[in-house]
Every structure is written in structure tokens, then in C-alpha cells.
Write a protein that binds this ligand. Structure first.
Ligand code: NG1
Length: 393
């Protein structure tokens, strides 16, 4: 957590004036529902206690100054009627991409000083970019008096990620949870209808431990696209053979899959089986969270990992080892890889009183196997984006 005092002090030292607003937006971890978002399925993410934070003041001219504490760099541009993408993509593109979306809605983007700070680790699969976009959109929403609801902020932030300034065709999970999260709740998102339902999570019974394997996700781009193509192929073949047009994998009933599965190419069959069973596991988890049954939630996490390892084939030795070590630690309900795979993070649900012993055993055993120290972040499900008016500017 970056304190408001810290960001206010840094703001004054950089811009020689007081901040008028402070906005923040959290990173996220996906509890369960992996590789289902682009297949119209269910996901169940939670916001983490690490966030991107921005402090801002109005300037009274049409210049925009952005300072990134992550990069220790200042960027300056004119806020003209239409912001154009700079020739090179860099950290400031996320802010400019969000500002462009406000302009597209004919909402004013005035000249400002903005300090960008935060403690969401970059490139760890904890959605620092969505947190950045949602934080910027939450700030501009207040400054421009646009009154957008959290859901609209999330959609605007996603449009910024899809647009020319960033250019990544992401799903809606990351922006939704960053904008709409409630403390002590996960969020069930139906990626087909875009409905979102808060799911209570009793953080007195379990803490979320995020274990960063410190393995760079090298293969992730090409393999991610290949998995997407295999899923699309499966949907197309089953729709053709059954003479029904299913709008996504999640709409294929299991008896239809069973009827045609032997005809599918082996890899495609496995990808579909993961998706169908993963959607069932997400729905089951929602029921188990409702009655604080962390033991059963834990079983679902282990089953999700096995399915991602064996059917979707996106795990790796490091993530498998983390799950294996966790399964032997006292107080662990369940553990699985989270995110696209091939490295990055795993997530475990751990009884709060066992968190310290879990951490030391995980670090020791993982270090012995791979000669590197995993970073472990402990978090309750945290609140979504917010903005604070510091003074009347
Ligand atoms: P991570 O690896 O957490 O960035 C990626 C995708 C998600 C989802 C998961 C797999 C991006 C920005 N995110 O998440 O939308 O498909 O993989 O469940 O591509």
C-alpha cells in the first residue's frame, strides 16, 4: 500500500504544488476460472492489497505532465482536442489511451499534473496495466464530472487497452475486478453476458497467498494464441457436427461434448474438456464460498491445476512444484497456477494462522529445487478503485 501522505509529499516535491485528488485501483488475482474468459465462460477474481495510485492537480493551461514513480521519468504533452499516440509505446500510453476514451465521449480532459505510483509488481500477472487504466479512468471520471458507474469505468479502461495507444485485445476480467471489487468478496464474472456478482469470501478463515515462481513467462504469447485457436476450432467442429450454433464453449452441454469428443483431434478434445470442467468448478466454488467450505474450494483449486497441467497444458515444472509443496504444508486448503501459465504466479488459500509457516516452507523447498527465491504476497480480497478529493482547487 502506498500511503496518501507519501504520494502527497512526492507530488509536492515534483510539482511544487498540492495534489487536489488521489485515486487508486488494485491489481488482481484470479481465484479460479482459467482460460475460460475468452471462451464465454466464468471467472472468479479478487482484488489484491496492492494498487496503482495517482495524485493530480489542475494546471489552468492545456499541458499534461505525467510523472511515473515506477520509471522515475517525466512525460509532457499538449492536451489538444484530439490526443495522438506518441511514436513510441511507453508507460504514458496507458494514461493517454484512457484520456482518448474520455475525449471520444466528449468529456473534457483539462491540463493537469499527475503523479503515478503504486506497488503492483509489473509483469507478474497481477494486472498492473488494468489497475493503471482503471486508476486513470477513476481520476478523470471525477475531474471531468462524468459520473460514470464502476462498470462503465471498467469498459472504458478496456477500450483504452484495445485502442491504438496500447493495442492489447484483452478480456474484461481485469478491468472489471479493479473497478468493481468489494472488500472480502471475490467477483463472479460471466464473460458471455458480462454480468458480475460479488461472492462473499470469509478472510477470517483463509488468506490468499500469491506465490511468484520468478519464472519469466517466455512462451506465453504464442502458446496463448494457439490455445485460443484450438478452442475456436473445437467450437466450430461441435457446432457443425451437431448442427447447432453454440455461441461459446460454455454453451455446449456436456452430453453434446460426450457425443462428439472421440471425433475431435486429441489436443482440441483436451482443451474443451478443461473449459467445460473449469466452468463447473467455478460454479461449485461459488456455492462452497457461500457456506465457508474452504476445504471443498481447495479441492476445486487442486482439480483446476491438474486440468490446466494435463488438459490445457499450460503449466510448467516450477508451478507444478509450488502446488506440490503447498499440498504438503499444514493449513493449506488448495493451490493452483493462476494466469496464462508457463511461469508467473500460483495462488494458495491458507488458514491465516498458518501463513508464516507456509511461507518459510515454500521459500525453503522451492529455493532448494530451483535455486531461486519465490516472492509471496499475502492479501485479503480488497476494495476496488476509489478517488479522494484532497482540497478545493
Ligand atoms: P494473465 O496471465 O493473468 O495476464 C491472461 C489473460 C486473461 C486470461 C488468463 C488465462 C491478458 C491481459 N490476460 O491473464 O484474460 O485469459 O491469461 O485465464 O491477456
Amino acid at each position: 500500500m502506498i500511503s496518501n501522505e507519501h504520494i502527497s509529499d512526492v507530488f509536492v516535491s515534483i510539482f511544487q504544488t498540492d495534489a487536489e485528488w488521489i485515486s487508486s485501483a488494485p491489481g488482481r488475482v484470479n481465484i479460479i476460472g482459467e482460460h475460460t474468459d475468452y471462451n464465454g465462460g466464468y471467472v472468479l477474481p479478487a482484488a489484491i492489497n496492492r494498487e496503482v495510485k495517482m495524485a493530480a492537480s489542475l494546471r489552468g493551461d492545456n499541458r499534461l505532465f505525467l510523472y511515473s514513480e515506477y520509471h522515475r521519468e517525466m512525460y509532457e504533452t499538449l492536451i489538444s482536442t484530439k490526443i495522438a499516440p506518441p511514436p513510441q509505446k511507453s508507460w504514458h500510453n496507458y494514461f493517454l489511451g484512457v484520456a482518448e476514451q474520455f475525449q471520444k465521449k466528449h468529456l473534457p480532459v483539462p491540463g493537469m499534473n499527475v503523479l503515478i505510483s503504486g506497488d503492483v509488481p509489473l509483469g507478474a500477472g497481477l494486472s498492473s496495466s488494468a489497475a493503471y487504466e482503471v486508476c486513470a479512468a477513476t481520476l478523470l471520471n471525477t475531474i471531468s464530472e462524468a459520473n460514470l458507474a464502476p462498470r462503465e469505468i471498467a469498459l472504458l479502461a478496456q477500450a483504452a487497452e484495445h485502442g491504438d495507444f496500447v493495442g492489447v485485445k484483452c478480456g474484461i476480467m481485469d478491468q472489471y475486478i479493479s473497478a468493481m471489487a468489494l472488500p472480502d468478496h471475490a467477483l463472479l464474472i460471466d464473460c458471455h453476458t458480462l454480468d458480475a456478482t460479488p461472492v462473499p469470501f470469509n478472510s477470517r478463515k483463509a488468506s490468499i497467498a500469491i506465490i511468484n515462481s520468478m519464472k519469466h513467462r517466455k512462451l506465453v504469447g504464442s502458446e496463448y494464441n494457439r490455445r485460443r485457436a484450438e478452442c475456436e476450432e473445437g467450437l466450430r467442429l461441435i457446432s457443425e457436427w451437431s448442427k447447432k450454433s453454440f455461441s461459446s464453449l460454455r454453451h455446449i452441454p456436456s452430453e453434446v461434448f460426450d457425443r462428439f469428443k472421440e471425433q475431435l483431434p486429441l489436443d482440441v478434445r483436451k482443451r474443451l474438456r478443461h473449459n467445460l470442467t473449469e466452468n463447473d468448478r467455478v460454479r461449485a466454488c461459488v456455492q462452497f464460498f457461500a457456506c465457508d467450505n474452504f476445504k471443498e474450494v481447495g479441492h476445486m483449486l487442486y482439480a483446476s491445476h491438474a486440468s490446466l497441467r494435463d488438459d490445457f497444458e499450460v503449466s510448467c515444472a516450477e508451478l507444478d512444484a509450488i502446488v506440490d509443496i503447498a499440498s504438503r504444508c499444514e493449513g493449506v486448503y488448495g493451490c493452483r497456477m493462476t494466469g496464462a501459465g508457463f511461469g508467473g504466479c500460483a495462488l494458495a488459500l491458507v488458514a491465516p494462522e498458518k501463513v508464516e509457516s507456509f511461507k518459510s516452507r515454500m521459500i525453503e523447498e522451492y529455493n532448494r529445487m530451483f535455486s531461486k527465491t519465490p516472492e509471496i504476497y499475502i492479501t485479503p480480497p480488497s476494495a476496488g478503485a476509489n478517488v479522494l478529493r484532497k482540497k478545493n482547487g
